[in-house]
Ligand binder design. Structure first.
Ligand SMILES: *[C@@H]1O[C@H](CO)[C@@H](O)[C@H](O)[C@H]1NC(C)=O
Ligand SMILES: *[C@@H]1O[C@H](CO)[C@@H](O)[C@H](O)[C@H]1NC(C)=O
Ligand SMILES: *[C@@H]1O[C@H](CO)[C@@H](O)[C@H](O)[C@H]1NC(C)=O
Ligand SMILES: *[C@@H]1O[C@H](CO)[C@@H](O)[C@H](O)[C@H]1NC(C)=O
Ligand SMILES: *[C@@H]1O[C@H](CO)[C@@H](O)[C@H](O)[C@H]1NC(C)=O
Ligand SMILES: *[C@@H]1O[C@H](CO)[C@@H](O)[C@H](O)[C@H]1NC(C)=O
Ligand SMILES: *[C@@H]1O[C@H](CO)[C@@H](O)[C@H](O)[C@H]1NC(C)=O
Ligand SMILES: *[C@@H]1O[C@H](CO)[C@@H](O)[C@H](O)[C@H]1NC(C)=O
Length: 814
């Protein structure tokens, strides 16, 4: 008691902004320690349950962001707790008001210890004679006892010599209750090490093994920023993961939140921006597609069996439950088996594998081939052409196929199964069950296989030649159902006017019903569409290769009697404009749906711009080209005007300006310059139309000179943007989300292409709760009368963008 009073007396005098606590001081609940350059604070905080916890948080960051908690499961229930030096023990104790320890640093050998908060956020116990901060031989350090956050320089994983494991445990409720939650994120050192998120004992998510660059299951890990370096160390003594910042003025942290989501944040312009997170989509959930099943988040349904395998439980599989996985079509016949090469994979689970870090791939293959229980092999490290050998014994589980940045995997198959696959060797190995099902129906009896032969074509114009010239070399023959003309005539009731869904620049679209009942949309290209057979085939090839849940899916084609037709899946809810601008139907689109549509379009566009095998500029994005399925999920359609860019090409110029007034960016409409940024412009227009329910070209406010963009811009500047929201949305929206979307829309329609964000930034901004965004500058085409190029939009043009918004073709006079 006397000592306590004595300490009380002392603490009031010295400054509380010290970074060090010595044996002669205590820290009460209303005192703090600051790290030397004031980056972090050690102190007591009160959680929503009003208890007191000792923790570390960032200085000057609001809301308070706690990165470490000492006594998370043993709170102090009143303000009279304090942190002090234990008698003769050399460790620090957190005591409650009756002097009982709630937490202890458990260190007993220090002679003259001090507790110090470092600028890294590490709280360390060291001998007072030890003056260096670089010393990693601290007697104790908080970095060894992570709670839910990983800070730069902090290691997560195993010390195999001492068999100790450092891992993250979520809060019970992030931001409210710091006691240990149900989720953990741990590195498993068995086999080839990888990370797991578990809820209690159940695995929720697996990162995949480290491949030298990234976790095998996190394809975007290296891409997101250059300010960050990851380090995964794996040897006989230790297995751990950490990250560091190359720019020390940045702040970043990784958190496991109370929903079991791994999140990496960066502090930028006054906000925590979520840069990456996992699980991010269906496929990330552990064993989503069972053993030998492969998940593809861009396919629908997401699960497929690998080539040579079929669903184990077809009934469940058809109900889109892939978790029973797949079984071999043909049993193995050991010495004669062959290997199937899969690309862009998340490697299967590696906790029970054989590993040799110095073996080459060919040695690995030899070893696997000789050992009859080996089911697959792969390189461990993908750098420098690949090295190391990982060999699976037994079932392969939890695989994903990515559009890019996945790994090569070689799977043992009976020779018979390999041979049947050699005709589509380079094409995705995965045989889509869902696709097979829907297409199978069509195929039966009606459809022959249409092998579209690769053929080079001389450059003339339009999309198709671009495909050949840029990527023709790599294109394989592609199998696509070929519909015969009579079938389609019958399905569309002889292309009757009643079945007509609309008319586009290249022909008409009809609704059809096949004999089996499946509904289809048939796009019949007009003879004067300007497309030759080869061009047409190339378009088909291109579209068939584009597979994403936000792109309309091509079911087949028809080439007969000078007719060229494309057969698409039919979309129940038709096009977005048919609902958005329809007084009686627009209320179907509440805010959640509208946001979902904006986000879906952005995802589809991201796929076109970045993730597919080519870089595709759509050039004719508008609400009538966005189709909606039963659940109002958006699908981008109509690639008749799309152009393919080389991966590194960013801009092109055309004399033939095609597109739709109101959606065209200024540089394209005026000079024929198009780029990914002209698509972004069109996207921005659509986003603003979706929010306001007004068409860009039609909208005139009272003073009659502003179109929609100009009007939104004016309200934005006046701070009244929220008044523009479509009244039929009702009241069920989050203001901040609407404002964020308007902000993003305005960024996309900025006059100068270089100011506009890329679609990947747009997706990031849309998916972040409070992204930091630049201020928008003035939009293109905002003031009609100042439109410098009115000349271009002649009366014929006006006609064509009336009624059903047919795409127009404008020949530049120059
Ligand atoms: C802490 O706060 C309480 C009440 O707010 C005050 O009575 C006490 O003196 C403070 N203690 C110190 C050490 O500042
Ligand atoms: C202090 O902690 C001890 C042991 O955990 C507990 O029995 C006691 O009730 C606590 N005292 C107060 C005032 O919270
Ligand atoms: C200190 O030791 C106690 C009892 O062995 C243990 O429960 C506690 O977790 C340890 N604290 C730390 C920080 O290691
Ligand atoms: C604070 O200290 C850390 C670690 O020494 C250093 O990386 C960082 O740049 C410093 N920050 C400021 C604002 O001085
Ligand atoms: C996890 O375990 C805790 C404690 O055993 C239990 O209360 C909780 O319900 C479990 N959570 C789940 C999702 O099983
Ligand atoms: C990872 O950290 C270890 C130990 O700190 C270091 O030796 C190694 O060079 C680092 N690796 C990379 C890739 O930064
Ligand atoms: C790993 O492979 C290399 C090269 O084949 C071989 O020399 C070495 O003995 C192997 N190590 C183990 C542990 O099998
Ligand atoms: C195959 O490899 C595994 C893992 O190294 C080993 O346990 C097993 O004995 C091998 N089997 C044969 C037949 O060599």
């Amino acid at each position: 008691m006397i000592t306590i009073f004595f300490f009380f007396f002392i603490i009031i005098t010295p400054s509380t902004s010290s970074d060090t606590l010595t044996t002669t001081r205590i820290l009460t609940t209303n005192q703090t320690l600051f790290s030397q350059n004031q980056t972090f604070i050690l102190g007591f905080f009160r959680a929503s349950n009003t208890n007191y916890y000792l923790g570390i948080w960032y200085n000057n960051i609001i809301p308070q962001t706690i990165v470490w908690v000492a006594n998370r499961d043993n709170p102090i229930d009143n303000s009279k707790g304090y942190l002090k030096m234990g008698h003769n023990t050399g460790n620090f104790l957190l005591l409650n008001s009756s002097g009982n320890p709630a937490w202890s640093s458990n260190q007993t050998n220090a002679k003259n210890p001090i507790l110090k908060l470092l600028d890294t956020g590490n709280l360390v116990l060291q001998d007072s004679s030890d003056k260096t901060d670089e010393n990693s031989n601290y007697l104790w350090q908080s970095f060894d006892y992570p709670t839910d956050a990983l800070l730069p320089g902090m290691k997560m994983g195993w010390n195999l010599d001492t068999r100790t494991d450092k891992y993250l445990t979520s809060w019970k409720v992030t931001g409210e209750d710091p006691s240990s939650g149900d989720y953990t994120m741990k590195i498993d050192y068995h086999g080839l090490p990888e990370g797991f998120i578990r809820r209690n004992q159940t695995i929720i998510y697996r990162t995949g093994p480290w491949n030298g660059v990234r976790f095998s299951g996190v394809p975007n890990m290296k891409d997101d920023t250059n300010d960050l370096k990851y380090n995964f160390t794996y040897d006989d003594h230790a297995v751990w993961f950490s990250f560091s910042l190359t720019n020390p003025s940045l702040l970043s942290r990784i958190v496991l939140n109370s929903d079991g989501e791994y999140q990496r944040y960066m502090w930028i312009q006054g906000r925590w921006n979520k840069f990456s997170y996992a699980p991010a989509h269906e496929c990330d959930y552990y064993r989503e597609c069972g053993s030998y099943g492969v998940c593809d988040s861009n396919a629908s349904p997401v699960c497929s069996c690998m080539h040579g395998f079929s669903p184990e439980n077809r009934e469940a599989w058809n109900l889109r439950d892939g978790s029973d996985g797949c079984a071999r079509n043909t049993g193995l016949d050991c010495p004669n088996d062959r290997f199937l090469h899969l690309q862009n994979m998340k490697l299967p689970e590696t906790t029970r594998v054989f590993v040799n870090k110095s073996m080459r791939l060919d040695e690995c293959e030899g070893l696997c081939k000789r050992n009859c229980s080996c089911t697959a092999y792969a390189n461990i490290d993908i750098r420098d052409g690949g090295s190391g050998c990982v060999m699976w014994i037994g079932q392969l589980v939890d695989m994903i196929v990515f559009p890019t940045n996945g790994q090569d995997l070689y799977v043992r198959l009976a020779a018979a199964d390999i041979e049947s696959s050699s005709s589509n060797k380079n094409h995705t190995v995965v045989q889509g069950v869902g696709i097979t099902l829907s297409v199978l129906v069509l195929v039966l009896g009606l459809v022959a296989l249409c092998y579209i032969r690769k053929k080079r074509q001389q450059r003339s114009r339009g999309l198709m030649n671009e495909v050949v010239s840029s990527s023709g070399r790599n294109m394989d023959d592609l199998e696509l159902p070929l519909f015969d003309f009579d079938t389609l005539t019958m399905a569309t009731n002889n292309f009757s006017q009643d079945n007509k869904l609309g008319e586009g620049g290249f022909g008409s679209v009809y609704k059809g019903t096949l004999i089996e009942g499946q509904e289809i949309a048939v796009k019949r290209l007009s003879e004067d569409s300007g497309q030759g057979i080869e061009e047409f085939k190339n378009e088909v090839k291109l579209i068939a290769k584009l597979q994403h849940r936000n792109l309309v899916r091509l079911l087949g084609c028809c080439i007969e009697k000078d007719e060229k037709m494309l057969v698409y899946e039919y979309m129940e809810n038709r096009s977005l404009d048919s609902i958005l601008f329809d007084k009686s139907r627009r209320a179907l689109l509440d805010w959640e749906r509208r946001f979902n549509i904006i986000y879906g379009i952005a995802r589809g566009l991201l796929y076109l711009h970045q993730d597919s095998r080519f870089r595709i500029i759509h050039r004719d994005l508008k609400t009538s080209n966005i189709l909606l399925d039963n659940d109002m999920n958006p699908k981008i359609s109509d690639f008749g005007m799309a152009r393919i860019f080389e991966k590194d090409q960013t801009q092109a110029k055309t004399l033939r300006i095609v597109g739709t007034y109101g959606y065209m960016s200024p540089e394209y409409a005026m000079d024929g310059n198009f780029s990914i940024k002209s698509d972004v412009f069109s996207f921005g227009v659509m986003a603003l139309e979706i929010i306001t329910g007004k068409k860009n070209k039609e909208f005139y406010s009272d003073n009659d000179e502003l179109n929609l963009l100009g009007n939104v811009w004016r309200h934005w500047q006046e701070g009244t943007a929220l008044t523009l929201i479509d009244p039929s949305i009702g009241n069920s929206y989050t203001e901040s989300e609407v404002v964020k979307c308007i902000h993003i829309g305005l960024l996309c329609v900025q006059e100068r292409a270089e100011d506009r964000p890329t679609i990947s930034s747009v997706v990031l901004m849309l998916s972040s709760e409070a992204p930091s965004m630049p201020k928008p500058k003035n939009p293109g085409f905002s003031v009609r009368q100042n439109h410098p190029n009115t000349r271009l939009f002649s009366s014929t043009q006006d006609e064509s963008w009336s009624v059903n918004q047919v795409s127009t073709t404008i020949f530049d006079p120059r």
